[in-house]
Design a protein around this ligand. Sequence first.
Ligand SMILES: Nc1ncnc2c1ncn2[C@@H]1O[C@H](COP(=O)(O)OP(=O)(O)OP(=O)(O)O)[C@@H](O)[C@H]1O
Ligand SMILES: [Mg+2]
Length: 232
Amino acid sequence: MTGAAVALRNVTKRFASHLALDDVTLTVAARESVVILGPSGCGKTTLLRLIAGLDVPDEGEIWLGNVQAAGPRRNLLPPYRREIGFVFQDLALWPHLTVAGNLQFVLDALKIPRMERSRRIDDALKLVRIDGFATRHPHELSGGEQQRVELARALVGSPRLLLLDEPLSSLDAELRAAMRSELARLQRTLALTTVYVTHDPEDAAVLADRVIEMRAGRIVAVTEPRRTEERA
Ligand SMILES: Nc1ncnc2c1ncn2[C@@H]1O[C@H](COP(=O)(O)OP(=O)(O)OP(=O)(O)O)[C@@H](O)[C@H]1O
Ligand SMILES: [Mg+2]
């Protein structure tokens, strides 16, 4: 009963003999934006996958609000019931569906009333500035456009928690800056709790309430930068 949106307690995850997460304890407050930085292979994606329920810890517990979502080698809450929107590095758009179809799929799974669906899809696509592409298929989009659709797909279900794994990596500098500001705005207006993995210190400067640095499966530093937008 901590009021935390997400809590990991002493979470360890091994792949064969490799320790991908080593006794990680982390809480994220409701509406907080946490940015995770760290070198390739340090366990960032593994951490997000465990929060999303796509994988289970070997040891420790994961809590979402007051609900225990996972324990040692056990998922207690399936991914689709976690009210999480995510953009993962390797989770592509569904190739056989149009852009609108990709978003529709999420709304169908959530049983959103039919009348509401097209408005929600329009809104989400506008948000990422890609509303002209609703009827295209993923292979008809550039990498950056696909990434924006992935972001729209993560947002369309109005998640409480947003997990983003390098969501802007395919965008050019200008679009990246624009999307970053847009995300910061969304976090505020939608009261989102966000865990955001990046290699870009600028992302952290704009988006982070708290920056978590990881090395070799462990959290090695936690800092609280003041957000750029809040600087007078
Ligand atoms: N399914 C898996 N099977 C075996 N090893 C894995 C698996 N998933 C991840 N690993 C290993 O666990 C470690 C952490 O991987 P992870 O994907 O979490 O790193 P990361 O911090 O996201 O790196 P990057 O910045 O390159 O995306 C790596 O050494 C990786 O090789
Ligand atoms: Mg990764």
